[in-house]
Design a protein around this ligand. Structure first.
Ligand code: SME
Length: 175
């Protein structure tokens, strides 16, 4: 049986001050790690992260994964939020830039990002992080979108990158 994690209720779409967002994420992280402590299946981990990060990051209107399914192709994976694009070539958008470079993409204003894919026209900022397997191969990206400009910070990105390393980094079964 699972009851999720304990966090203060915050209305969906709220952009808290940065310090409050970081504090909320730091409250959520040990609980998320504990939930996933014994899980090694990547899809199970991704689905659970999408669910729990959706709660931990109320500023998001989309929270989930794009999986690498070809040399330069991403396909949508577990997520929360409105319907996302199904496939994304590495050449396109913020997710493609993350997959291509293997680097975190922190985009304060999507209008200023050439080639941004507007799956949801309300999205104003994005944070996309690479997911690497234990051999260092890019397996997926975590895509977080917000209807607020500047919806994510470097501190949130660093906390999330560590969470991805500790959870999906040790996944033994991918797709
Ligand atoms: N906006 C993203 C595409 C993914 S969806 O918005 C869910 C991008 O430019 O990569």
């Amino acid at each position: 049986m699972s009851e999720g994690i304990e966090l203060e209720a915050v209305e969906r779409g709220t952009l808290l001050e940065e310090a409050a967002r970081v504090a909320r994420l730091k409250t959520a992280l040990p609980q998320i790690r504990s939930v996933l402590a014994d899980e090694t299946d990547a899809v199970s981990i991704e689905a659970t992260l999408a669910c729990l990060l959706w709660d931990a990051l109320p500023q998001t209107n989309w929270c989930g994964f794009y999986r690498r399914v070809g040399p330069r192709l991403l396909s949508v994976g577990p997520y929360q939020g409105g319907m996302g694009c199904l496939r994304i070539d590495f050449a396109r958008g913020v997710c493609g830039a993350c997959a291509r470079t293997g680097e975190v993409q922190l985009v304060a204003d999507v209008e200023a990002f050439p080639g941004h894919i507007a799956c949801d026209s309300r999205t104003r900022s994005e944070l996309v992080l690479p997911v690497l397997d234990h051999a260092g191969e890019l397996r997926a990206v975590l895509d977080l979108d917000s209807p607020h400009p500047n919806g994510f910070s470097r501190a949130e990105a660093e906390l999330l990158a560590a969470l991805l390393r500790e959870t999906l980094g040790r996944a033994s079964t991918f797709w």
